[in-house]
Write a protein that binds this ligand. Structure first.
Ligand code: AGP
Length: 628
């Protein structure tokens, strides 16, 4: 995920910004850059790869004493991770530079308009479009007031530093006018030689906060960026912008321009804790950010209640699909089988990569291979991908890490846009894979012109972030309560039927990898074919009982366990009930998997934390398994 920091104050700004970017490194990034003013001229330095590359370039530049600067680390989602796409981006006339997190959804429309006016674009980014849109608005204001454009005012501009306030109202208005036209999500910070003592910054659906020091102000996407200097913070809300200088700040509304009184919050975290946004572990942070992940996965993929996956438009609709993956990614693939068969009417086989690659697999004619990998570097998954590519089968890679091996070697790739996942246990990555796979099922249903309920499913999907956001705090309390009650267990069954079956596998995987409690996931209907022999009061079960056509059968399965003195935690949706004391209610939705998955993640998390295990780095495990 991208990171932003901006500074104005009494310290040399460039080294401070570089240090701030380092503290945002944990978010993951593939390029970085910063901008500052040198003799009132805008200087931008950018570099691909790690921050040390940027540092090297900066070290060769004379002025690192500039008192004002903005910086950015970019985690590419649209456009390659190359220097020309990295931030800051300047407007054509060098009037301003911006750094930006988020996605301007209508950027193509705005870009076309600017292209017609003669603007030139040097990157593939939406950010450069926004930079030029602001400068275009500025030129319109200048033309009306001074009958000149910015470029024709060079002589006057040289004396600006003595009188910076003169142009501030124009820049503010241009900034606001442009942002009013930008749809989507943004956290944006602007630096301009026209207002050399000020930064402008705004937010819509992307985090941005102001750090308040003495004789200095900071603006950043995340607290750690400025934590060594201040813990006093103002959180910007949507549609707010801030004008800051070394001596003052004013938060205003983008639409009406009126100043807004804001509360200053004191951050109690130390640096290390803040890197986890105040959460005790990365895993917990990653579980809790899933509402945002749900939203991010949809960005740019829906249009007029239709699913758009243009990456796939050139591939034929397959007659069958072979999904190949490992671990949690395999479980996501297994889950999607139900939807791909139901909505796209395509037969699906799901395979464990390490098994697939050592068979002599026979693929069907016109079969699409889908490999799923959060990291995009899992050796077995890559091996399977290569085997299929050698045989000339088209491979769709679904992965989270841009530029990873899976992304590079697959015929086409879909990114899950979940942001970097730091905890070894995969949580938000699986949720994002499920979103992409569900969209894939709808997409093929659309292409085959089947009567699949695209509109209804999308409506449910779009409602999920809010439902999950509201449910998470209560679910965490419940997870804690059950972890405390069930921490005695040496073994656990996880049961699910239909769409819940693969989630049962995932629940068991999470519990064993984190808490080292033996756990097995089973299809609810299968338990009576042998495993039920293990049930006794010390062998509990976690049962998924969604409100669907399988509910009554799942209820019977739970009863069979109860009548053998087995203890059961039943996860069920509001509006249903079961004859069982340990009920865990989740909100009613037609896509309960997206709520049940975080619930089970929380249960494993709380269990591991209660038992004092190393949550983020469980023994023997690595984030990405690059060996066979
Ligand atoms: C899940 O919590 C594990 N860390 C593991 O099963 C993981 O999903 C598996 O190794 C596959 O990784 P990938 O998605 O990066 O390919």
């Amino acid at each position: 995920m991208c990171g932003i920091i901006g500074y104005c104050g009494h310290r040399p700004a460039v080294p401070l910004v570089l240090e701030g970017l380092k503290r945002l490194e944990y978010r993951g990034y593939d390029s970085a850059g910063l901008a500052f003013l040198q003799l009132n001229k805008l200087e931008v330095i950018r570099s691909e790869g790690k921050l040390c590359n940027l540092e090297e370039k900066v070290a060769k530049t004379a002025n690192t004493f500039a008192p004002i600067s903005i910086g950015h680390t970019r985690w590419a989602t649209h456009g390659l991770p190359v220097e020309r796409n990295s931030h800051p981006h300047k407007s054509n006339n060098n009037a301003l530079a911006i750094v930006h997190n988020g996605i301007i959804e209508n950027f193509q429309e705005l870009k076309d308009e600017l292209l017609q006016k003669g603007y030139v674009f040097y990157s593939d980014t939406d950010t450069e479009v926004l930079a030029n849109l602001i400068s275009d608005e500025l030129d319109a204001l200048f033309a009306a007031k001074f009958s000149k454009k910015y470029e024709q005012m060079q002589a006057e501009l040289e004396s600006i530093s003595q009188n910076s306030l003169q142009y501030l109202p124009y820049m503010e208005e241009a900034f606001r006018n442009a942002l009013k036209r930008a749809h989507g999500a943004y956290a944006v910070v602007l630096l301009s030689p026209l207002i050399p003592q000020h930064l402008l910054a705004a937010r819509l659906s992307a985090p941005l906060l102001l750090g308040i020091g003495i004789g200095e102000y900071f603006i950043a996407s995340d607290v750690p960026a400025f934590l060594p200097y201040t813990r006093d913070v103002v959180f910007l809300d949507d549609n707010e912008y801030v004008v800051l200088s070394a001596s003052s700040y004013a938060v205003k509304n983008i639409y009406v321009g009126e100043e807004i009184a804001k509360t200053v919050h004191h951050i109690p975290w130390d640096l290390q804790g803040a890197a986890k946004d105040g959460y005790k572990h990365f895993m917990l942070k990653e579980i809790m950010e899933q509402p945002r992940v749900l939203q991010d996965c949809l960005v740019g993929r829906l249009q007029d209640d239709m699913v758009c996956l243009p990456e796939l438009d050139t591939l034929a609709v397959p007659d069958s699909i072979r999904i190949i993956a490992c671990g949690t990614s395999y479980n996501a693939g297994l889950w999607s089988q139900y939807y791909l068969e139901q909505f796209a009417e395509i037969p699906v086989t799901v395979e464990i990569a390490s098994e697939f690659r050592y068979r002599k697999p026979i693929l069907n004619k016109n079969e699409l291979v889908v490999v799923i990998s959060q990291s995009g570097e899992t050796a077995d998954t890559l091996g399977a991908l290569r085997l299929c590519r050698e045989k000339d089968y088209p491979v769709l890679g679904i992965c989270n890490v841009l530029g990873s091996s899976v992304a590079r070697e697959a015929t086409v790739s879909l990114y899950t846009q979940a942001g970097p996942e730091i905890s070894v246990a995969s949580t938000k990555a699986m949720l994002s894979q499920m979103v992409v796979l569900l969209l894939l099922a709808l997409y093929y249903g659309q292409r085959k012109k089947l009567a699949c309920p695209v509109r209804e499913v999308l409506r449910e999907l779009k409602a999920l972030p809010e439902i999950l956001e509201n449910a998470l705090p209560k679910m965490r309390d419940k997870a804690k309560e059950f972890a405390f009650q069930y921490a005695f267990a040496k073994s656990f069954f996880y049961l699910g039927r239909g769409i819940a079956y693969s989630l049962a596998l995932e629940g068991a995987l999470k519990l064993k990898e984190l808490s080292y409690i033996h756990a097995e996931g089973y299809a609810t209907g299968e338990i009576k074919h042998g495993p039920i022999a293990l049930i006794d009061p010390d062998f509990p079960t976690f049962a998924l009982a969604f409100d669907d056509e399988n509910f009554s059968k799942v209820r019977s399965g739970i009863q069979e366990i109860k009548s053998r003195q087995g203890r059961v935690i039943s996860l069920l949706q509001e509006g249903t009930t079961l004859e069982n004391e340990d009920l865990w209610y989740i909100p009613k939705t037609k896509l309960p998997e997206f709520i049940a998955l975080p619930a089970m993640q929380l249960f494993s998390y709380e269990m591991a934390d209660y038992l004092g295990k190393d949550v983020d780095q469980p023994r023997n495990l690595a984030k990405s398994v690059t060996v066979e």
